[in-house]
Design a protein around this ligand. Structure first.
Ligand code: 2RA
Length: 313
C-alpha cells in the first residue's frame, strides 16, 4: 500500500509532461507534492502549489522521497545527481540515463521488477517505446520475436509546450509533417532510441528493429504502425486474445490519437496477418504520449519504488 503522504518532487513542473504529472498525482490522492522548475518559473502558482527553483541545494536537501524529472537531457545530467545525493530516488524522463549500463529503464507492465535494482536513478523510456513494448511483450512471451518494423505518427505535444503553441496558432493550410529530431546522416535519434530502448527493456539486445519516425499535426497522442515477425507461428486471432489480456492495453478496432488522448490505455487495433512474411502480424497502436507515454509511466515506476520505501515520517 502506497502512502499518499509520500514526499514527491516534480521537476519541470511547468512543462507539457510536468503539468500532466501534477494532474495525475492529484487525481491519485498524493498530498505531499512539490513543484520545481527553472528560475524563470520560480514563484509561479500552479493551483495550490508555488513553483520552487530547481537548484542543486533545493534538490539535495534530503526532504523528498521520489523526484519525477521532466526536463531536457542537459538539465537532467546536471541536476539529477544532486537529487540522488540528497537521498531521493529519481525517475528521469529525459534521454540522459536511459541507455546507461546499470540504470534500469522501466515500463512496469514489461520489466517492473527492474525498477528496484536502482542506485538512485530509474529511467523512463521514450513516449513511442513505452506503448510499443506493452504490445510486444505478450506476443514475445507467446511466440518469440524475430523482427519489428515501425512507422510512427507522433503528435506535436511530444516536442513540448512551445511546439503546441505553434501548432495552435498555425493556419491549418500550413500544417505539414515534420521530422524535428537530431539526424546523424542516416537516422533520427528518435529512431535509434526506439530501437535501443526496446532492446534494453525487452532484454533482447539482438532484436532486429527498424523505425521511421514522423511528427504529424496532431496535438496529443502518438500512433505507430507496426509489422512484427515472430519466431513461432502466431495467428492474428491469438495475437488479439493475448493483447486483450495484456495489462494497460485495450483492443480498439481503429485506434487513433483522438481516442487515446486523455486516457491511460495503450490502444491497439488493425490486428491482422502481415502477408509479406511467414510469421507476420501487422497492427496499429495509439497512446496518449503525455500520460502512459511519459507522466503516467513515470508515476507507475515511482509507485513501484515507493512500495519498496519506508513510509514518510
Ligand atoms: C517526441 N519522443 O515525441 C519525443 C518526446 N519527448 O519527439
Amino acid at each position: 500500500m502506497i502512502d499518499p503522504n509520500s514526499r514527491i518532487g516534480v521537476v519541470g513542473a511547468t512543462g507539457a509532461v510536468g503539468t500532466v504529472t501534477l494532474e495525475l498525482l492529484r487525481a491519485r490522492g498524493y498530498t505531499n507534492v512539490r513543484a520545481f522548475a527553472s528560475a524563470r518559473s520560480a514563484g509561479k502558482r500552479l493551483g495550490d502549489l508555488v513553483v520552487e527553483e530547481a537548484t542543486p541545494e533545493a534538490l539535495s536537501a534530503g526532504d523528498v522521497d521520489v523526484f519525477l524529472f521532466s526536463v531536457g537531457t542537459g538539465s537532467s545530467l546536471e541536476l539529477v545527481p544532486h537529487a540522488v545525493r540528497g537521498g531521493a530516488v529519481v525517475v528521469d524522463k529525459s534521454a540522459a540515463f536511459r541507455l546507461t549500463d546499470g540504470i534500469p529503464l522501466v515500463v512496469p507492465e514489461v520489466n517492473g521488477a527492474r525498477a528496484l535494482e536502482n542506485d538512485g536513478i530509474v529511467a523512463n523510456p521514450n513516449c513511442c517505446t513505452i506503448p510499443l513494448t506493452c504490445v510486444l511483450k505478450p506476443l514475445y512471451d507467446e511466440a518469440g520475436l524475430a523482427r519489428v518494423r515501425v512507422a510512427t505518427y507522433q503528435s506535436v505535444s511530444g516536442a513540448g509546450a512551445q511546439a503546441m503553441d505553434r501548432l495552435a496558432s498555425e493556419a491549418s493550410a500550413d500544417h505539414d509533417l515534420r521530422m524535428d529530431w537530431d539526424f546523424d546522416g542516416e537516422e533520427f535519434d528518435e529512431e535509434s532510441k526506439l530501437r535501443a530502448e526496446t532492446q534494453k527493456i525487452m532484454e533482447l539486445p539482438d532484436l532486429l528493429i527498424q523505425a521511421t519516425c514522423v511528427r504529424v499535426p496532431v496535438m496529443v497522442g502518438h500512433a505507430e504502425a507496426v509489422w512484427i515477425e515472430t519466431e513461432q507461428p502466431l495467428s492474428a486471432e491469438r495475437a488479439r486474445e493475448l493483447l486483450e489480456a495484456a495489462p494497460s492495453v485495450r483492443v480498439e478496432e481503429f485506434p487513433s490519437p483522438g481516442k487515446a488522448a486523455g486516457g491511460d490505455d495503450v490502444l491497439v487495433g488493425r490486428i491482422r496477418r502481415d502477408l509479406t512474411v511467414e510469421n507476420g502480424i501487422a497492427l496499429f497502436i495509439a497512446c496518449d504520449n503525455l500520460r502512459k507515454g511519459a507522466a503516467l509511466n513515470g508515476i507507475q515506476v515511482a509507485e513501484l519504488l515507493l512500495a519498496g520505501l519506508p513510509a514518510a515520517a
